[in-house]
Design a protein around this ligand. Structure first.
Ligand SMILES: *Cc1c(COP(=O)(O)O)cnc(C)c1O
Length: 423
């Protein structure tokens, strides 16, 4: 069995400018009181102190102000979501008018598709990637059916080549070129939830636009994980959640992006509600819907303040650290995990691309043989919290805001031990 020297990890932790942020987070514990080895930030990020404080502040305002909390206090609820737009815009590389905190991810995908997926007989298809998250796949298939088309014919799924785990950009671009005239929409996951592949968002968006397609992105595994420039990349629309890398708590509200060029496209078909109505007349009870310019025009319903509060706290932390610093550490941390896994060598392979530019924090490990689940259970019993996908995939995500190099080293040792113990 390989033993990885603790000194190297300790030195990297000592030199890590983000190490101090670990203290902001509550690390879950084992029944015996010891800390777990939490490597599951891709599914549910840990709770930051800042999130608790923001939630406490809302509860206090509610207790003290009642309905007056909508327009008074330090963080009036009527504009609670709007106040987050600047941070949200920084996070995804957008202008504040292009983003909204609203609803949840799958709801936003469906709402935005009603406006941006406009199939015609000549152009009815949607291009997605292999291993699309099931929720997205359900949404795509039912949207196609909703418009009277057949999902089996109209959903085009980009497959990896035989014997390969992730997609080649050139293959995606070839498909767009070949099928372009039939594609109404291209919608991939910015970082694929299963393989961890980070796609060439600007290149694919440009190729789609060249063919006259609308290009949207599901950024569930990209937001807060990798740097994004949605405005400059000319992305048409995007949606993401905040409970994964953005640490905002279970089922926290989602985020949406609509490019500025659609900010005043009031002719786009959409579903409406009072919170998407022009802020200036929202509380004057006018009869005709007048969408607020920008992404907020899709919001419909009022901001769920209690579940948005942890997001407010978490975004403050992301503002303080900045995505550049997060990405810099993330590359080192995941690169270190990659290197240690190479030293272990046998018994598994890594589905995620080797190229650091084509991945975020997550590595997806495929355990060989029938023992994947036993390996997972072995490390789980010893305190590792990570993610299992049938039939044989273990997903590991060291999160740069709270995971250390020592976490990664300890994981590698346990994983190595597990491969030898259960094989
Ligand atoms: C996590 C995730 C979802 C979850 O959707 P919710 O609407 O937030 O429940 C959907 N799609 C992808 C790609 C995801 O990673």
């Amino acid at each position: 069995m390989t033993r990885f020297p603790a000194l190297i990890a300790q030195e990297m932790d000592a030199a890590d400018p983000l190490a101090r942020f670990r203290a902001s987070f509550s690390i879950p514990r084992m029944p015996d009181g010891s800390e777990t080895l939490y490597l599951c930030g891709n599914s549910l990020g840990l709770q930051p102190r800042e999130g608790v404080q923001a939630l406490d502040a809302v509860m206090t305002d509610w207790a003290k102000l009642g309905i007056e909390g909508y327009f008074t206090g330090d963080n009036p609820w009527a504009d609670y979501g709007t106040a987050l737009r600047a941070s949200e815009a920084r996070l995804v590389g957008a202008k504040p008018i292009e983003v909204a905190v609203m609803n949840s991810l799958t709801v936003n995908i469906n709402l935005l598709m009603l406006s941006f997926y406009r199939p015609t007989d000549e152009r009815p298809c949607i291009l997605i990637e292999e291993h699309t998250f099931p929720s997205d796949q359900y949404a795509f298939r039912e949207q196609i059916r909703f418009h009277g088309f057949d999902p089996d014919e109209c959903l085009i799924i980009q497959q990896a080549r035989d014997g390969e785990d992730h997609l080649r950009t050139e293959d995606i671009l070839d498909t767009i070129e070949r099928e372009g005239e039939r594609l109404a929409l291209i919608m991939l996951g910015g970082v694929n939830y299963y393989t961890g592949q980070f796609f060439d968002i600007p290149g694919i968006t440009r190729a789609g636009h060249d063919q006259g397609c609308i290009v949207g992105w599901d950024l569930a595994h990209a937001a807060g994980n990798v740097p994004l420039s949605l405005h400059d990349w000319n992305v048409d629309f995007a949606a993401w959640c905040h409970y994964k890398y953005l640490n905002s708590g279970p089922a926290a509200p989602g985020g949406a992006f609509v490019h500025e060029r659609f900010a005043r496209a009031s002719d786009l078909p959409r579903l409406a509600g009072w919170w998407g109505h022009n802020r200036a007349t929202r509380f004057q009870w006018v009869d005709e819907f007048d969408p607020e310019p920008g992404a907020v025009g899709w919001q419909m319903t009022n901001t769920p303040i209690l579940s948005t509060a942890p997001l407010k706290g978490s975004l403050a932390l992301f503002d303080e650290v900045g995505m550049d610093a997060i990405r810099t550490k993330s590359k080192k941390l995941t690169g270190y995990l990659w290197d240690l896994l190479q030293e272990i060598g046998d018994g598994f392979d890594i589905m995620t691309p080797a190229d650091p530019q084509q991945r975020g924090a997550q590595l997806s490990l495929r355990v060989h043989g029938e023992n994947g689940r036993a390996v997972f259970d072995f490390i789980k019993e010893r305190g590792v919290i990570c993610d299992w996908r049938n039939p044989n995939c273990i997903r590991i995500s060291p999160a740069p805001l709270y995971n250390s190099f020592e976490d990664v080293r300890r994981f590698a040792e346990l994983f190595d031990e597990a491969l030898h113990s259960v094989a």
